[in-house]
Ligand binder design. Sequence first.
Ligand code: LLP
Length: 443
Amino acid sequence: MHEFRYVNGRLHCEGIAVEKLVRRYGTPLYVYSQRTIEGHFQRLDAALAPVDHLVCFAVKANSNLAILRALANCGSGFDIVSAGELRRVADAGGDPGKCVFAGVGKTEEEIALALRLGIYCFNVESEPELARINRVAGRLRKQAPVAVRVNPNVDAGTHAKITTGTYENKFGIAFEQVGGVYARARRLKNLRLRGLQMHIGSQLTEVKPFALAVRKVAPLAAELHSQYGFDFFSIGGGLGIVYRPALASGAAAWWRKPSARGILTPSSYAAAVLPYLQPLGLRLLIEPGRFIVGNAGLLVTRVEYVKRTGRKNFVIVDAAMNDLIRPAFYDSYHEIAPLRRKGGAVVASDVVGPICESGDYFCKDRPLPKVGEGDLLALLSAGAYGSVMGSNYNSRGFPPEILVNGNRAAVVRERQPVEKIWELESIPAWLRRAGSRRSPRRR
Ligand code: LLP
């Protein structure tokens, strides 16, 4: 479900033609639909209504302040993994009291900040981490709320780089060991055992692995709840979205209803997990990232050249792997749609960026409408793990981000001027010989 569609042959985001945004802000350009983000949040929230619950948006998926604020306004909590993310949430007007802090490597400073801001809970990944949180809490004279992340050893059947719930992964504490860990944690007097957490992987497109994991872990949650008086059970994030169109014909099929293709929906997800959770009488937490923002954003790029080699049709665009790394990193599929709907011939094309690496591509041999220099293309479903995974590789500045709400659009991140890329760099004195150029920072 999303708010991108063709109106009179022009791709629109809600009430605005994306081309119009390009005229104003140039390319590459990220465009987000606020209504789509809110709609996803609300549908998930409503599906979980039968139980006391809190949806904690996984900030790592998209941490733009405006998006965090829109979600905070909807009542969202947040799943954070660093002091930086926590500070962003607070700056955006989110409630630290609704934040859960995950991650295997929390530093003392991060733990102290989280305690000072009063987060909801630490999701703890190891015993040394429990000991460290206890120590820092003691120093600050606080009680630290903690939940252990249980690794249920369930294969989520997703991409190897984003699966987390098996014993091959660095995450969580093995299912069999969790009981002992809580028993020892109880003796640490600055901790409050508040819940149990798990997360089995990302981009799961079927409900089955969720149901298997919840069925396996729910009895453990019930047992620990009765022993320690827990508040909550978090079943993590990982709800997948539709990246591939039903037809390999460019843009046409992108907005079919996901449910029509048997994909995971808020209601099928809720129907799969709630029967195991309802009897527990615990508060349910979930930590979706991609599901909320993935289909709510696109990256617009301009065709610079079309290069035919006899073997290949390379469409060279002005966006690159530094703007959207998912195809290069995970071989992931992002649908590519022209901003002006095109009929006619399709050509098997490689859409590639200007970076000097063969991995800098968005698709290979994909049938796409014929395009030429100056044409505008949208890389769809780029709202999650898009801009946040960007880099300045090849000294390319970050693209601007635009948030659309109905007929309004606002720049929610400006294009990064290239000089800002090396702003924190300097040339040491011994390299600055007399007569040579002065330090660029004193120019
Ligand atoms: N909770 C925990 C503990 C996580 O590790 C993650 C994601 C989430 C929640 C949110 O997962 P989501 O609902 O967004 O699937 N960069 C990769 C995805 C990495 C996911 C890492 N952990 C990608 O572009 O596909």
